[in-house]
Design a binder for this molecule. Structure first.
Ligand code: SF4
Ligand code: SF4
Length: 186
């Protein structure tokens, strides 16, 4: 554990706690969050390791990690944490910090997928899968991965060709607008 002075001077930890509103410093490395994470097998940095690196002030290493973009915001970690740390919100905060700081990602696919998903939801009030996939392919320039599956899903009618707006599209757009306003105040 960092000594007291190091802990007090950890501006990264302070900022993450302020933005997420959750006590990251209370993490005592029990790893319950990591063992319940459905994405864990695909992550290099597990959620408990992310908490530890925040303790150590490893800002760049955390914000450059593609693992914060792999997180599916399922909240399994949050519900398992004995210290009531909202780890899913911490991951959200880290993604926002990475975008604001224009961090260059070694592999930006998670970030590109995230942007495509949110763009689709903000436009339609819910995700329009085909439109999201096209946006993601254009961003990532990865045109061929899963192309076969897309054809199969289209053939089986699992993907619609046109977006269907949610009845709550306006309310969802309002959520996005308010979130952007809140972000500007930070
Ligand atoms: S919210 Fe993210 S880090 Fe937490 S369990 Fe789900 S995928 Fe894993
Ligand atoms: S479950 Fe909570 S206390 Fe345990 S390692 Fe994860 S964040 Fe830390």
């Amino acid at each position: 554990m960092p000594d007291t002075l190091e802990w007090q001077n950890n501006t990264f930890l302070k900022e993450v706690e302020r933005r997420s509103g959750t006590p990251v410093s209370a993490c005592f490395q029990c790893h319950k969050c990591s063992t319940g994470c459905p994405i864990g097998p695909d992550m290099d940095l597990l959620s408990s390791q992310v908490m530890r690196m925040i303790h150590l002030g490893e800002e760049l290493q955390v914000l450059e990690s593609q693992d914060i973009w792999l997180c599916a915001s399922c909240e399994a970690c949050t519900t398992r944490c004995p210290m009531q740390i909202d780890i899913a919100v911490v991951m959200d905060s880290l993604r926002m910090m990475a975008v604001e700081r224009k961090v260059e990602l070694p592999n930006a696919r998670g970030e590109q997928f995230n942007r495509s998903f949110l763009q689709s939801v903000s436009r339609n009030g819910r995700v329009f899968e085909l439109g999201m996939m096209v946006a993601y392919k254009l961003r990532s320039r990865d045109f061929f991965t899963d192309a076969e599956k897309t054809g199969q899903m289209l053939a089986k009618g699992k993907l619609s060709l046109l977006p269907k707006k949610s009845g709550s599209a306006r309310a969802v757009a309002d959520v996005f607008r308010r979130a952007e306003e809140e972000e500007k105040k930070r």
